[in-house]
Design a protein around this ligand. Structure first.
Ligand code: ADP
Length: 630
């Protein structure tokens, strides 16, 4: 009953301490597996967006450089016929395709529509004349976040203050220590970065700002590519509007307050670029940029377009790549993995990154998932087997502890029985009873036999308590098994016969010499004899035989007792094991006798076993090598 309770408690403990945590761990890991693909994609997205931002800033710097170069190289033709100077500028600077010159009143001095005018000049004037003479407007692009910088700062600031207040209240720390790092907003570049970040991260701010822009009459357009990375934060994925808004302006308004610049202009859906510079005399010199030279210049900035992970390129105003690496194969260029707009000078252009092999993300995620699964299974299996092992060990230990307690009770009882007999016979002898000498000698024999039993018991217990601490040491010498058995029978016979047993001893014809520790061997045989006595019911017969067979010395103890069921004939040699039947239950025992006998016999290179006896009872047999262990 008690052990069942302990087992139940152990079971609960096992479930609580091992199964539940293992289960939770496994569930967490499985959830992580589910997110693996998104995680891999996110990692890629982060790496690539850093690369794109870098490329975009390189392009921005290059645009500045181009403007400065053109500014430096631009001539200042003063005379009435500026043609030759402008032509040589065009010839010397590959970026200039069609130079132009305006007087301070925005009248075209060059090119002139003479009969000799080339096709290029005609085209140029057709597309740009109205604009450069201030008669028509053109859209001018600006980063919406920067255009609304102050408003965005106002919108976002209160939130930050709220957060600050919250952290202050909850942690009660001094503000200067606990407040999140605020960028130093006195630096304009930092301030711009912060504004763009605030804008990107706040969908409500974006909505509000686009709305404001619309009310002011500023145009916003949709981007012409749709990035496919599905891990982009939702707010970013939602915003497919361009960050650049446009406002129509006349040429003179655009150039007011600056000395040179590049103006992007759409001409029948094709983006062209006009460079202009104010001369000291108020004239304006400028040029239409050469598409090919301009694009090549920007392409030259890109790092290697192809890598095993991604393909990088610049998409133009129509979403077409400026360059395509050979290895890239067929793909939808308008569906990059991620992309980024570049500059207000390059409206609708984007730097874009494509996964070289989009399936690689899935297969990488699958591989990681597989490894994780294997780990989870291994973890769960090892936790469960480990747990079961611990549980089993604990249960065995509990059983053992219980057996030991019973053992102590049994030993005390077994010690008491022979002591009582010895005392009884001693008392009788002291009182001079019985008067006849034969009987007295018998009593003395009985006392010796009981002492033998006591010694055997104590030896068994000592043997057991020594077990594991140090090896039993034997005093080995040549022993005649015949003689040993004879002496034992002689010592035990009085008691056995007194208890109603018929004892028969059949020694082998010739001496059986074995190498053995005599006392240890005696202890084994005594254990067998004692069992034969204990486990005999009504038929009280004990036969002791010795024989030499095939180089082996054999000692058999046969009884007509309760017998050992074949299923238990091995088990009874285990420590503390006691067969499960009524007589065993009635008989006190330690469960040690046979285990000690087996250990001693095996230490002598022999074997001990038991089998049923014909006609009922058991035969216990000690087999030793003749002449001792080889
Ligand atoms: P103990 O006799 O102290 O219980 P043992 O190790 O000597 O311990 O014996 C183990 C068990 O083997 C006994 O409890 C008994 O059930 C069984 N056994 C031993 N000898 C005999 C025998 N001669 N006849 C029947 N059963 C026996």
């Amino acid at each position: 009953m008690k052990s069942r309770k302990t087992a139940a408690r152990l079971g609960i403990l096992f479930v609580g301490a091992v199964v539940v945590p293992a289960g939770i761990l496994a569930m967490l890991a499985i959830r992580a597996i589910d997110r693996e693909e998104a995680y891999v994609e996110k990692q890629l997205q982060q790496t690539l967006s850093t690369e794109l931002a870098h490329v975009a800033s390189l392009i921005g710097a290059e645009l500045d450089k181009i403007r400065e170069e053109l500014d430096r190289s631009a001539p200042s033709p003063a005379g009435a016929d500026p043609g030759s100077l402008l032509d040589s500028w065009k010839d010397g600077v590959s970026l200039i395709r069609m130079p132009f010159l305006l007087n301070p009143d925005f009248e075209i001095l060059w090119p002139r529509l003479t009969a000799a005018a080339g096709q290029d000049q005609v085209e140029f004037l057709k597309s740009n004349q109205e604009f450069i003479t201030n008669k028509a407007e053109t859209p001018v692009y600006a980063n919406i976040a920067l255009a609304f910088q102050e408003q965005i700062a106002d919108l976002v600031q209160p939130k930050l203050d709220d957060q600050l207040k919250k952290t202050e209240v909850s942690s009660r720390r001094i503000e200067t220590e606990s407040s999140p790092q605020k960028p130093d907003l006195r630096k304009p570049a930092l301030q711009r970065q912060k504004t763009i970040k605030d804008f990107e991260e706040n969908p409500e701010v974006q909505q509000w700002v686009y709305q404001q822009a619309k009310e002011r009459g500023q145009q916003s357009e949709m981007r012409n590519v749709a990035p496919s990375a599905n891990v982009l934060p939702q707010k970013q994925a939602l915003r497919q509007e361009s960050i650049y808004i446009s406002e129509l302006k006349r040429f003179n308004d655009i150039i007011a307050g600056t000395s040179s610049g590049i103006i992007p202009r759409f001409s029948r859906d094709k983006l062209t670029f006009l460079f202009w510079k104010k001369g000291r005399d108020g004239r304006i010199v400028g040029g239409l940029l050469d598409q090919a030279a301009f694009r090549n210049r920007l392409l030259g900035l890109l790092p290697a377009l192809y890598s095993p992970v991604r393909i990088l390129t610049i998409l133009d105003e129509n979403g077409r790549p400026l360059a395509v690496p050979e290895e890239s194969g067929e793909r939808d260029w308008r569906r990059p993995f991620i992309s980024q707009e570049i500059s207000e000078i390059l409206p609708r252009w984007e730097v874009a990154a494509y996964l070289t092999d989009p399936r690689a993300v899935v297969s990488r995620a699958n591989l990681t998932a597989l490894i994780l699964w294997i780990l989870i299974v291994m973890l769960v299996v090892s936790i469960l087997t480990g747990g079961l092992f611990v549980l089993k060990t604990v249960r065995t230990e509990i059983d053992l502890a219980k057996k030991k307690t019973t053992f102590v009770t049994n030993v005390s009882h077994e010690l008491k029985t022979p002591l009582t007999s010895i005392r009884m016979f001693a008392e009788m002898l002291r009182q001079g009873r019985p008067p006849d000498a034969g009987k007295r000698a018998q009593y003395l024999d009985l006392m010796v036999s009981e002492t033998e039993r006591l010694t055997r018991l104590i030896n068994n217990v000592l043997d057991f308590s020594r077990r594991g601490k140090d090896e039993k040491t034997y005093a080995i010498k040549a022993v005649n098994l015949n003689r040993l058995a004879k002496e034992l029978v002689k010592d035990q016979r009085p008691r056995l016969e007194h208890n109603g047993f018929a004892v028969v001893f059949r020694p082998a014809a010739s001496p059986l010499i074995v190498k053995a520790d005599e006392d240890a061997l005696k202890q084994s045989v005594l254990n067998l004899l004692s069992n034969a006595e204990k486990y005999s019911d009504r038929a009280k017969e004990i036969d002791i035989e010795t024989a030499g067979e095939g180089g082996r010395a054999i000692l058999r103890v046969k009884d007509r007792g309760i017998g050992v069921p074949p299923s238990q004939s091995e088990k009874i040699f285990e420590e503390f094991y006691r067969a499960d039947d009524s007589l065993t239950a009635r008989t006190r025992g330690t469960g040690l006798g046979l285990s000690i006998a087996r250990r001693i016999v095996r230490d002598h290179g022999g074997e001990i076993g038991c089998r049923p006896r014909d006609g009922g009872g058991s035969v216990f047999e000690i087999i030793l090598p003749l002449g001792g262990p080889s």
